[in-house]
Design a protein around this ligand. Structure first.
Ligand code: ADP
Ligand code: MG
Length: 503
């Protein structure tokens, strides 16, 4: 079922002393553009380099240096916009957001306030119980990242690392459509999935390449619906929790913040609009600064940069080059391979896993391919903490295994052994089976002999089985053991029953 055919999930409700409360969340996600060079300079964006080694004169704001827009970064932001079903603005412009910060040598950040590159879009977020939340995107703009101040290297001095200064960020701003901590985390992972799928951001949250400012307010049931119907004053005052880069902490921070605001309101107080920081050790948010009004930044169009004008053809070419997106691919997997929606969602969580599955399933039984990819391959990768790209078993090898299984050359039991060999030693599946004599015994005579032997060796057990037919299974196990798992279990079962005179 397509996401937009699903009902919305129920919002999270918190019971207060004075009745029920709900929460409203909007997120500003900063996604580092996957680009080798910075937004306005040719300096490298490589993570983990020696401090201040990736800094051009532009990044260091040397007098007279001029920014030059990196076309690739613009293209990545346009791809992102198209992937989020958003309007691409033919004309956008860069503005200076003025503020002083030791790790921002320009004294301003180049951003896009008035005319962002990308306008309204949407993301459908899968939620439990067959529901989906539509989160509207308000805008996506390009901006520079700031550098890093380091305060814990010396007791008396602070240091500045400008490697990050000038790296391109996409700020993806959502509408206040998210209705609980789980939805917030699900929205961010959905966004991460799409960005990684498009290849426009690597989504590495530990490295800070994807981080979110989370805006939280609380209201009474019904208020959000009134807001959605056009009553702009229906929502409560929000607080912004800055710079979150962990799904778990985001949920904890939202929960804490909503309860803090409810307690404040129920005590007769008012929520002050402000920026707060989450302290994971204490599990609480703390005030950082009251929110400056936009005009405090003295935004103005950057005179060093011309407005960005995009050719319709250029946008069309980017659109034509978009990959099949996760939702479409998931729906196709259901239709083409007869998979459950759940399995299709698991397989399309990452583009690399979808590609892997499709290579295995092509021309084969799709359901069986999905079972092997999900249960055997993903299961093993998860246990070993590896990515699909690091899988020791390739799609060609797994496909070869499935062919041997489908042809009846190997039994299901032996297929697992073969998988183990492929995983640990590698090799070509058919060659391994031949070399190690792993072929399934289909020769009825040989199986019959093993059955006769097992019954002759265990007369007491045979007697019990004749009295209670369910016990015949024990002989099937014996014969499978005797043939090293290579006999066809259905054939063994039939021959055991015949030999014991059952049915
Ligand atoms: P600003 O102009 O201060 O940046 P915006 O209107 O652009 O404010 O909103 C910033 C973010 O805050 C957006 O993600 C938006 O969805 C969210 N937001 C706005 N109002 C609320 C609210 N009442 N509760 C929760 N989030 C909100
Ligand atoms: Mg804003």
């Amino acid at each position: 079922m397509l996401d937009h055919a699903r009902p919305a999930p129920a919002p999270k409700v918190i019971r207060g002393l004075s009745g029920d409360w709900e929460m409203v969340i909007g997120m500003e996600v900063h996604a580092q553009v996957a680009s080798a060079a910075k937004l306005f300079s040719a300096a490298s964006t490589a993570f983990g380099a020696e401090p201040n080694s990736n800094v051009s004169f532009v990044d260091a704001a040397m007098p007279g240096m001029l920014p030059v827009i990196n076309e690739f970064c613009v293209e990545q932001a346009v791809r992102t916009g198209l992937g989020l079903n958003a309007a691409i603005h033919r004309v956008s412009a860069f503005d200076r957001k003025n503020y002083f910060y030791p790790d921002l040598p320009q004294g301003y950040q180049i951003s896009q306030l008035y005319q962002p590159l990308v306008g309204e879009g949407e993301v459908w977020v899968d939620m439990p119980g067959g529901t989906a939340r539509r989160v509207r995107i308000e805008r996506i703009h390009l901006e520079q990242d700031a550098g890093k101040s380091i305060h814990d290297m010396d007791p008396a001095r602070s240091f500045v690392d400008l490697n990050r200064t000038g790296v391109a960020l996409m700020e993806i701003v959502s509408r206040p459509d998210i209705r609980g901590p789980e939805e917030a985390a699900a929205y961010l992972s959905r966004l991460r999935q799409i960005l990684r799928w498009l290849g426009t951001c690597d989504g590495n949250m530990q490295n800070g390449n994807l981080r979110a400012d989370v805006n939280v307010s609380v209201c009474r049931p019904g208020a959000w619906e009134r807001f959605m119907a056009g009553d702009r004053g229906a929502l409560g005052t929000r607080c912004e929790i800055k710079n979150m880069n962990s799904m778990r902490f985001i949920q904890q921070a939202i929960e804490f913040e909503a309860r803090r605001q409810i307690a404040l309101l129920e005590d007769g107080g008012r929520v002050q609009q402000e920026t707060r920081l989450y302290d994971p050790e204490r599990g609480e948010t703390r005030s950082m600064r009251s929110k400056e009004e936009a005009h405090d930044y003295r935004y103005f169009p950057d005179p060093d940069l011309l407005p960005l004008e995009l050719d319709e053809d250029w946008i069309a070419a980017i659109r034509a080059g978009l990959p099949e997106l996760p939702d479409a691919r998931r729906a196709r997997f259901v239709a083409a391979f007869g998979l459950s929606d759940y399995d299709a969602a698991v397989l399309t969580a990452e583009r690399a896993s979808a590609d892997f599955f499709e290579a295995v399933a092509a021309g084969r039984d799709g359901k069986q391919a999905a079972n092997w990819v999900i249960n055997e391959l993903f299961g093993r990768l998860n246990r070993e903490g590896r990515e699909i790209a690091e899988s020791p078993v390739s799609a060609i090898q797994l496909g070869g295994l499935l062919d041997l299984l489908a042809a009846g050359t190997i039994s299901g039991k032996i297929a697992k052994d073969l998988f183990e060999i492929l995983w640990t030693e590698g090799g070509e599946p058919a060659a391994i089976v031949r070399a190690r004599g792993m072929e399934q015994v289909t020769d009825e005579g040989a199986i019959e002999a093993a059955v006769a032997q097992a019954i002759a060796d265990n007369p007491a057990q045979a007697e019990k089985a004749r009295a209670n037919h369910k016990l015949a299974g024990w002989f099937v196990g014996q014969v499978m053991k005797a043939t090293g798992g290579k006999a066809n279990p259905q054939a063994v079962d039939a021959l055991v029953k015949a030999r014991l005179g059952l049915d």
